[in-house]
Design a protein around this ligand. Structure first.
Ligand SMILES: C[S@@+](CC[C@H](N)C(=O)[O-])C[C@H]1O[C@@H](n2cnc3c(N)ncnc32)[C@H](O)[C@@H]1O
Length: 276
């Protein structure tokens, strides 16, 4: 028979298990237990002498986290911008820096009264869902080459009742998109194939969402060329912190009307906006 233990004892146990894999083991132990009990963290402190039901299930959540699996995959949800998005293995966990890309794109959409855009590499749907919620007249076609992101993005689009305005299709870049577009936004894979990632990323997040080619910027450059060729006026992309120089050379080589780079909150170069 499994021994029953209290909330306090479970947290002490989980904290010890998470020492190696988490920067804030106590906090993550609390998050996982709150998720397990379907309560908030305050409850854990108020009722720390209560017994934890189904303790083996909780222990398996903790052992997944102790094995570096991202918290978001364990609980099936990620906080992004002003919403919670469903996520699962096979879909990139949306990152806070991508919120900066959204704010920059939002400014262009507002200024130019844009109503028709495309997103390349929809993932969980993070960018498209947030933009569609911000702009009630905006129509978005979002592409991905992988099946799991397409499925999960559609679920998130449905969760926010955006099915009429955000369409997800399976396509390499924009190959299957035939509608006229005013802007393209993308957070494509941009990491070099041989770059060694932290265990929680490299072993759990999908390679197709991370690696952009031998150098890393191959897909970014292809996106720039495709969007230019179609005569779309604006392109906004996230990129790697060390890709500004190579992308600047490339923009000058192919000739674009103007471009600006932006930084993330840690001061690293993180993306660009092109006007063609
Ligand atoms: C870095 S993730 C971005 C996901 C999401 N937009 C976000 O910001 O969280 C890149 C996405 O692009 C997709 N992808 C990779 N290569 C692609 C291609 N050639 N055409 C379309 N999508 C692609 C991947 O499957 C992945 O979902």
């Amino acid at each position: 028979m499994t021994k029953t233990i209290t909330i306090k004892e479970s947290l002490n146990w989980a904290e010890a298990q998470l020492q190696q894999s988490c920067q804030r083991p106590r906090f993550e132990a609390e998050l996982l237990l709150a998720h397990h009990l379907q309560k908030n963290r305050t409850y854990l402190h108020a009722f720390d002498d209560k017994h934890v039901p189904e303790i083996e299930t909780f222990k398996s959540l903790v052992s997944r986290r102790a094995n570096h699996e991202p918290y978001e995959y364990i609980v099936g949800s990620a906080s992004f911008y002003d919403i919670d998005l469903k996520v699962e293995a096979g879909v990139l966990i949306p990152r806070p820096e991508t919120e900066i890309l959204i704010d920059l794109v939002a400014k262009i959409i507002e200024k130019e009264a844009i109503t028709s855009i495309a997103e390349i590499g929809v993932g969980s749907g993070a960018i498209s869902v947030v933009l569609a919620r911000k702009f009630p007249n905006l129509k978005i076609i979002a592409t991905d080459i992988c099946d799991t992101p397409i499925k999960v993005a559609r679920q998130n689009i449905k969760k926010f009742a955006l099915e009429n305005r955000v369409k997800v299709i399976k396509s390499n870049l924009l190959d299957e998109v035939h509608e006229p577009l005013e802007l393209v936004v993308s957070n494509p894979p941009y990491i070099a194939d041989d770059f060694e990632l932290e265990k929680n990323v490299g072993e759990y997040e999908p390679a197709q969402a991370l690696f952009g080619g031998m150098v890393g910027d191959e897909l970014l450059k292809q996106i720039v060329l495709d969007v230019k060729e179609r005569g779309v006026p604006y392109l906004a992309c996230e990129m790697g912190y060390d890709q500004k120089e190579a992308m600047t050379l490339f923009f000058n080589e192919i000739g674009v009307k103007s471009f600006t780079f932006y930084k993330d909150l840690t001061g690293h170069d993180r993306g660009f906006i092109i006007t063609f």
